[in-house]
Structures are given as C-alpha cells and as structure tokens.
Design a protein. Structure first.
Length: 88
C-alpha cells in the first residue's frame, strides 16, 4: 500500500491461486477491482464511452445508502474491473 497525497493506493496480486479464473461482476462479493475517484463523473463517463471499453453498468448510478456516492464500472482491455466514482 502507498499513500499518495491523502489517498491510499493498494494493489493485490494472487501468487499461488490454484483455483479457476474468476470473472466477477462489479456487484459480486468477490469482485476485486481498481477504483478511481473523480470530481466530474458525468464528463468522465462521456469520455469513457468513446473508448470502446466494455461497460458493466449502463450509466453512472447513485448509491444513496453510501451518502449519494455516484459510480459506474467498466473493464479495461485485459478484463480488469474498474470503478469510477465521485463522492458528493
């Protein structure tokens, strides 16, 4: 883990997993993903749509139970799940 500004940055790699490859969705309990926080999620969403990446949510949604946290999910070219989120 690294502290960048006032944010924690953590990468996790499984070295000895003998199980099957897991292709989890963003709302699965085991859904490991990279999360990025932005200040203008609607503009980021418009820009991401032009990149031809696999979106796993159709549009940004608001999680009212998380203090109106707004987010959307996509997969990078390697299939890694990415969360783009904005704190209200």
């Amino acid at each position: 883990m690294a502290l960048i500004g006032n944010h924690n940055f953590e990468l996790i790699e499984h070295h000895s997993s003998k199980g099957r490859h897991l292709h989890a969705q963003h709302n699965d309990v085991c859904g490991i993903h990279l999360a990025l926080r932005v200040s203008g999620i609607d503009e980021v969403f418009r820009r991401v749509k032009t990149l031809e990446l696999e979106q796993t949510t159709a549009e940004p949604y608001t999680a009212h139970e998380l203090g109106d946290y707004k987010a959307f999910f996509l997969r990078d070219p390697n299939g890694v799940q990415i969360e783009i989120g904005q704190v209200k």
